[in-house]
Write a protein of this length. Structure first.
Length: 361
């Protein structure tokens, strides 16, 4: 289906859904279903299928994530996880089983869960992989291990995760696999009472199940992750831009009113920060594969810093009204507080940037 939803329609939809998600009376599957009905879940995926190594077709998805991020960050985060799962399947090895999941992910009949946080840490040298696949006979393999955190874990979720493959001869590979979240061998412990993200069906998992070769998307995790990293980081930065822009719009509208006079310089400072973020993002989006890993990590960190500063500024200017938990400003402040935590976290980003700067010196 061709995309049919404009910005005004999205704004109307999320003006009702975002408060319900924040209050815990709805969940993000409603957002994904809405976007699926309007053909918006798989923007840019056809370009990925034409060339799995070309990241230049992600602008439509980035625009959508930025728009949704300004309206409801929990929905944008969920959409990002789903869109990255589609990206993994589009890049991966084909099988009848994976093609069936891929087709249903594109329409929203299935929900995508990207359990790639540990993979990004492993790629940076910060952690080992926590899932082990032991090769069996006749194409059957056992899977065991844990996933510390993944989201979008509804009953109809498909999760993608990296793993160690131990072959019968004792050799090892780093691979990428997919699992059905409703598999009886997967034990989910959902995480509740999250700041702004309780509607995202986030959970820790223990895995003790079996798969076949059909579940393997790649036999070279490092090459696979290096290839998707520009899309991964730029689409995260896109929803940072959306939320920061929305907070700044609110702050700019209060310039010169009441007791905001003392914060005019702060409005200008955050505005300049946002302009630098927007310009860097647009340049990277024009040529994602020309961007260096260092520039992508720096851009993602700038997105984190900008959105946190913009949300704090909005709350300060809103005053006592903003301190009411159900207010939009308070919701956006809670949403922004997630960005330093989301993988790659602020600590991971700063460590990675310092390491890459040392290597370049």
């Amino acid at each position: 289906m061709a995309p049919t939803t404009d910005t005004a329609s999205l704004s109307t939809f999320y003006s009702e859904l975002a408060p319900a998600l924040d209050a815990g009376t709805a969940d993000v599957s409603q957002s994904l279903a809405y976007l699926g009905r309007h053909g918006l879940l798989d923007l840019g995926i056809d370009a990925r299928l034409r060339d799995p190594h070309d990241n230049s077709g992600i602008a439509p998805a980035a625009d959508l994530l930025s728009t949704v991020g300004g309206l409801c960050l929990s929905s944008a985060f969920s959409l990002w996880a789903h869109r990255m799962t589609l990206d993994f399947f589009a890049r991966g090895t084909r099988s009848d089983a994976s093609e069936e999941r891929f087709a249903k992910l594109r329409t929203g009949e299935l929900v995508g869960s990207t359990a790639m946080a540990i993979g990004m840490k492993h790629l940076a040298g910060l952690s080992d992989l926590l899932i082990t696949v032991t090769e069996g006979e006749n194409g059957g393999h056992t899977v065991a291990g844990a996933v510390p955190w993944a989201s979008n874990l509804f009953d109809n979720a498909v999760m993608v995760t990296p793993a160690h493959l131990v072959r019968r001869d004792g050799t090892r590979e780093k691979i990428v696999i997919w699992l059905d979240a409703n598999d009886s061998g997967i034990d989910l412990k959902h995480i509740t009472n999250l700041l702004a993200l309780s509607s995202t069906q986030s959970a820790t998992l223990t895995v003790n199940t079996t798969i076949t070769d059909d579940n393997v998307l790649s036999h070279d995790f490092t090459a696979f992750a290096t290839a998707f990293r520009p899309t991964f980081l730029l689409l995260q930065t896109a929803f940072c831009i959306g939320l920061a822009s929305r907070c700044l719009d609110s702050s700019r509208s209060r310039r010169g009113s009441g007791d905001t006079v003392g914060l005019v310089h702060e409005i200008d400072r955050v505005d300049a920060l946002f302009t630098r973020l927007r310009e860097g993002f647009d340049a990277a989006l024009d040529a994602p594969d020309a961007a260096t890993p260092l520039s992508l990590f720096e851009l993602r960190l700038l997105g984190c810093d900008t959105v946190v500063a913009a949300a704090r500024l909005e709350l300060s200017l809103e005053g006592g009204r903003g301190f009411i938990a159900s207010s939009a400003a308070a919701r956006r402040y809670r949403e922004a507080s997630f960005l330093p935590v989301q993988s790659p976290s602020e600590g991971h980003l700063r460590w990675q940037i310092a390491r890459l700067q040392e290597q370049a010196a």
